[in-house]
Design a protein around this ligand. Structure first.
Ligand code: GTP
Ligand code: MG
Length: 588
């Protein structure tokens, strides 16, 4: 029976949960000030300062009614349509800049960031302001090369006279922290729970980065709209499923549903009017043709889109490119609506309990640190599979922390009914209808149990399945079998080799062992030795040695230096700005 079935009485379960968390946390929590503010303003600074050091503002705080995925996407999309991207001169006065732009209408929000130059993201209150700005904008004066006259929402601001003013704008950070900064933060934490929350806080997408992602989709939508005026370009994957880290790729879905529906709905009396269209033999060929044309457009006309690659023979055809101004590596697809639904499901799981995201971020980071995941396609485990493993593990706790997909299906109403390509994708979309878990286990315990669980999992005979939340017999001999939640006959980790799986199991066992040793002593007993999460991130084998050694008396900065040296010599690239990329050929 599904324990999450009972309708949540808004507030009551949540209050109980808040109380339990408060008991667990050693630090006093202050209320988070919510101010409608521009990043870089005093109000924004105040809001940041008010953030209690042990807690993480996730955008999913318990007291706030949780938004449906579709509501959130629509709101963000509408915001993005009122937004422009401006490449600015290095020396710019923020005040004068805003005054100049305000001629076109009131500005709702803005921020600056650096990415091979200074950029401003400016959100007007009304769409008309964007049009007004476009109407007043000049085509660049001719130099040696000829400009293609394309009017986008990506501008260049030039100064007529060089100014002697110093630039005094506050930058919004779009990059993940350096390994040094992360280790300092982790060493400063007071408990393993604090470390996990700190890692989440450092890596999660910021409000500004999320805005930039939606804006980038909106700019690509403008290009695609030249051919398909009713199309929508929707972000999916980790940019929106609450598990994205700064620097992750931007997965985009070109949604042509509106265009398709328009051609079937218009009837009047005995007449039925259809568009004259060209036909092709299969959906796949249609997808390839559409993406091929959009890829050409991006390559030829879209400012800032570089390195456009059309990867049309992959199982899921896509166009890959870099959006230079935002720094995002983008993957544009058009026929994988199920991936959009998977993102919605993960969004729900991420929003249900604050421990989920902290655990997923930690496991993903741990896997990257040990080269279990990679940016190169191959036999590695993907971030998506790791997320499924954490969700599955949390479904197996007693009481469960997350409901099974079957349970979410029983909570669905008529509005939630959804069949995609014959697959049942029905589940409850309203987060407030899911009863919060009564499980109060700490993150530290969950992390240790996660490693123990998968360090001893019978991968040779059992599969992982978040639909039912329990182990099942494997239907084939793939080393790792994680059932695709919607296309249930498919394995999302079909690409994983036996040796990669064994590496995962060995590291999980070692990590469980390290955390068990901590249990015996605790961080306070660890002296100057790396403890908790830091110990887990050290190269395999280093811990057994270091835990066996006599404790040294080095200052904190020295400890961080030693750790970094030890890690650098093993695998430097894992701790820099890495993006886990999808294995194009094996996606199932
Ligand atoms: P990052 O590594 O942070 O980019 O995580 P991600 O979740 O965005 O993964 P990725 O970019 O590889 O894929 C984007 C989305 O495509 C995922 O969130 C899933 O919804 C879907 N996806 C990725 N890999 C698979 C797969 O192997 N099978 C299926 N069915 N869907 C996948
Ligand atoms: Mg992605």
């Amino acid at each position: 029976m599904c324990r999450f079935l009972t309708m949540a009485v808004p507030g009551v379960g949540l209050l109980t949960r808040l109380h339990l968390y408060a008991q667990r946390r050693s630090r006093v929590q202050r209320p988070v000030l919510r101010l409608l503010s521009c990043p870089g303003t005093v109000a924004e600074d105040l809001r940041r300062d008010e953030q209690p050091s042990g807690s993480v503002e996730t955008g999913f705080e318990d007291k706030i009614p949780k938004k449906r995925f579709s509501e959130m996407q629509n709101e963000r999309r509408e915001q993005a349509q009122r937004t422009v991207l401006i490449h600015c001169p290095e020396k710019i006065s923020e005040k004068k800049f805003l005054k100049y732009l305000s001629q076109h209408g009131p500005i709702n929000n803005h921020f600056f960031y650096e990415s091979f130059g200074l950029y401003a993201v400016v959100e007007f209150c009304q769409k008309e302001s964007v049009r007004s700005l476009q109407n007043e904008t000049h085509a660049p004066s001719k130099g040696m090369e000829v400009a293609i006259p394309f009017r986008s929402r990506f501008f260049n601001l030039k100064l007529k006279n060089q100014t002697s003013e110093r630039s005094c704008v506050q930058m919004s950070n779009q990059l993940p922290p350096s390994s040094k900064k992360l280790f300092e933060v982790l060493c400063d934490a007071e408990s393993v729970d604090d470390q996990l929350n700190a890692l989440l806080k450092e890596f999660q997408l910021t409000e500004e980065n999320t805005k930039l992602r939606y804006l980038t989709c909106s700019l690509i939508e403008d290009i695609a709209a030249a051919y398909f005026p009713d199309c929508v370009v929707r972000p999916f994957g980790s940019s929106v499923n609450t598990f994205g880290k700064l620097g992750c790729d931007l997965d985009m879905f070109l949604d042509l549903n509106e265009t398709r529906n328009l051609s079937t709905n218009k009837t009047s009396g005995n007449f039925l009017m259809e568009f004259q269209v060209k036909n092709v033999p299969s959906e796949r060929i249609a997808t390839q043709k559409i993406l091929s044309v959009i890829g050409e457009c991006l390559d030829n006309f879209s400012p800032g889109c570089v390195g456009v690659q059309k990867i049309l023979n992959a199982r899921c055809p896509l166009v890959r490119f870099s959006h230079q101004a935002s720094g995002f590596q983008c993957d544009l697809t058009t026929n994988n609506r199920i991936a959009l639904t998977s993102s919605e499901l993960l969004y729900i799981y991420g929003a249900l309990d604050s421990r989920v995201r902290a655990l997923v971020f930690t496991v993903r980071y741990w896997a990257r640190a040990h080269s279990l995941t990679s940016s190169i396609p191959g036999a590695w485990i993907t971030n998506f599979s790791l997320t499924m493993m954490v969700i599955f593990f949390l479904q197996t706790r007693s009481p469960p922390i997350l409901p099974t997909l079957d349970c979410l299906q029983t909570l669905a109403d008529a509005e939630d009914k959804c069949i995609i390509e014959g697959n049942n994708c029905t589940f409850v979309r309203d987060l407030n209808r899911i009863k919060p878990s009564e499980n109060t286990e700490t993150l530290e315990l969950l992390l240790k149990e996660f490693f123990e669980y998968f360090g001893n999992f019978a991968f040779n005979k059992n599969s992982i399945n978040i639909r039912q939340g329990r182990e099942q017999n494997k239907p084939d001999s793939s080393p790792l079998y994680i059932q695709n939640p919607f296309e249930t006959s498919l394995n999302i980790s079909k690409n994983v080799s036996q040796s990669q799986l064994q590496k995962f199991v060995d590291l999980a066992q070692e990590s469980a062992w390290i955390l068990q040793q901590e249990d015996l002593g605790g961080p306070s007993m660890s002296g100057n030795q790396p403890w908790g999460l830091v110990a887990l991130l050290l190269p395999s084998g280093a811990n057994r040695k270091s835990l066996g050694k006599k404790k040294s008396r080095k200052p904190a900065s020295e400890k961080v230096k030693v750790l970094l040296e030890s890690i650098k010599s093993n695998r430097t690239e894992n701790f820099t700005n890495t993006n886990g990329k999808r294995n194009v050929s094996t996606q199932t």
